[in-house]
Design a protein around this ligand. Structure first.
Ligand SMILES: [Zn+2]
Length: 244
């Protein structure tokens, strides 16, 4: 499998792509290295000369998790950031420690995924919608659960939330979770796992379209009744280990 770090150089010239900052690293002098995730060209390291100190000419557009239009120049030596216009800085997400941590975990997961995966516009949309949902003040556990399921779905690894992973029939009542996904009551009857009572909620959180999801999620309170989403995040993360 080809790593995104090994993607071929762009032909020499000027380019503009929308995207987000995955990572920022100080290099020598006033330069910084940015790991950008952009539409159509995926993940790329970009040099940003003049990005540090008071003379930072890129402003907030080079903050990790900022979304911007990036104007680039590919030279013989490398890819350079010439200018950038902030599209969304997600300040509301940064101001909440819980949401900030959850969004940082999502960014880290995207970076790990992209290292082994080329096709990425779909993943860029998933990340954008995730940040919008955090920004809308949807409960962060529900958003993070949705992000993980949809990322797994884009990779072809998501467990079905509608049919049994053993026999393929609709789940029906009282499905049970297993290491391979959800089992219908017949296939799961021999397991010790307790029945999944929150099936409708985990289906909605994962599968509603973005607009309906935000409407639904905003109505869910931060009370104990929704704490189970933390458990489902852990259950989903195991599925990423099948992918490397
Ligand atoms: Zn079954």
């Amino acid at each position: 499998m080809i790593s995104a770090y090994e993607t071929s150089k762009l032909p020499q010239g000027y380019y503009t792509y929308g995207g987000t900052v995955l990572l920022r690293r100080d290099t020598c002098g006033s330069s910084q290295s940015l790991l950008l995730f952009m539409r159509d060209i995926g993940m790329r390291w970009v040099s940003a000369p003049g990005a540090t100190g008071r003379k930072n000419r890129f402003g907030g557009a080079i903050e990790p998790m900022a979304w911007a239009e990036f104007h680039l120049f590919q030279s013989v030596k490398g890819l350079y950031l010439q200018s950038a216009e902030v599209r969304e800085d997600f300040l509301a997400v940064r101001s909440s420690p819980k949401r900030l941590l959850a969004s940082m975990r999502c960014y880290k997961r995207v970076k790990q995924t992209l290292m082994a995966e080329h096709e990425s516009n779909q993943i860029l949309v998933i990340l954008w919608n995730t940040m919008l949902a955090f920004n809308e003040n949807c409960p962060e556990q529900i958003v993070e659960y949705r992000f993980n399921w949809r990322l797994l779905k884009a990779l072809g690894l998501a467990p079905s939330l509608q049919s049994c992973c053993e026999c393929g029939l609709p789940l029906g009542e009282e499905p049970r979770w297993s290491s391979n996904g959800l089992l219908c009551s017949r296939c799961g009857s021999g397991t010790a796992n307790k029945p999944v009572r929150e099936l409708l909620d985990i289906q909605r959180a994962a599968m509603l379209d973005h607009h309906r999801f935000v409407q639904w999620a905003k109505k869910q309170t931060y009370n104990d009744n929704m704490n189970f989403f933390g458990e489902y995040i852990k259950k989903l993360i195991i599925f990423f280990t099948n992918f490397s």
